[in-house]
Design a binder for this molecule. Sequence first.
Ligand SMILES: NC(=O)c1ccc[n+]([C@@H]2O[C@H](COP(=O)([O-])OP(=O)(O)OC[C@H]3O[C@@H](n4cnc5c(N)ncnc54)[C@H](OP(=O)(O)O)[C@@H]3O)[C@@H](O)[C@H]2O)c1
Length: 246
Amino acid sequence: MPETIFITGASSGIGRAVALEMAGRGYGLALAARRVDALEELQEEIRTRDIAVPVATRALDVTAYDRVFEVFGELADESGGIDIAFANAGIALGERVGRGEFARARQSVAVNLLGAMATIDAAAAYFLDKGGGHVVGVSSVAALRGMPKSSSYCASKAGIAVYLEALRAEALRKNIHVTVLYPGYIDTPLNNMLPNRPFLISVEKGSQIIADLIEKKAKSAFVPCWPWALMGRLLKILPTRVIARM
Ligand SMILES: NC(=O)c1ccc[n+]([C@@H]2O[C@H](COP(=O)([O-])OP(=O)(O)OC[C@H]3O[C@@H](n4cnc5c(N)ncnc54)[C@H](OP(=O)(O)O)[C@@H]3O)[C@@H](O)[C@H]2O)c1
């Protein structure tokens, strides 16, 4: 029986590419997103690549928090168990503080923070009961410094990183591994409208790095490590007047 990875936001970008990469490495897939047609198209692509792993799918909006728990349970039953949970679904709306754009900020937090927390909570409950498992969450280099016009995105990504660290401490000696990913720019529909994407890598490269980190059960890592490990340190100390121009 192969190990199975549960992935939210598997219909696009990083989630989709990680699903393909993990399937290629022999993992079974339990996939969720709102766009079921895109999940079915991914299932078809896996078949046409002659990858023979079990794939289960469910429609899921991670802001339907109660439904997250139900879907996790349904996919665990259908897949014969889940070993890795990848809380990946996310949005990047962008907004300014104090300009009547609070609805966008609230939606970012609803998806990126509360939706991911619901996913992680469902996974943790399941892994505690099962006696072990691996929780992987997507933060961002944006978690390291509040950036203009990305306030709620930065806050949601800082929040989920800290939440995962807390889980790691709570789950110590419970055989639950926790991985926090800090991607830089990975080429996906989330950011492909931006004029400037420093140190951009392809989604295929990004998914290979992420799959390696998952298999290593890394505690936390930048994606890619170079140059973001250095840029991350720099981001923390840059003067506000420099950050304000970004
Ligand atoms: N790309 C980057 O450079 C980068 C950098 C740092 C962090 N990240 C993080 O990586 C994650 C994936 O982003 P991406 O770049 O792959 O973006 P993407 O291509 O836009 O994919 C986002 C995924 O999230 C899903 N999603 C959005 N809202 C959802 C909701 N309410 N319920 C369930 N699923 C939802 C989407 O599926 P549906 O629309 O079908 O629901 C989609 O599959 C995000 O958390 C993002 O913040 C990305």
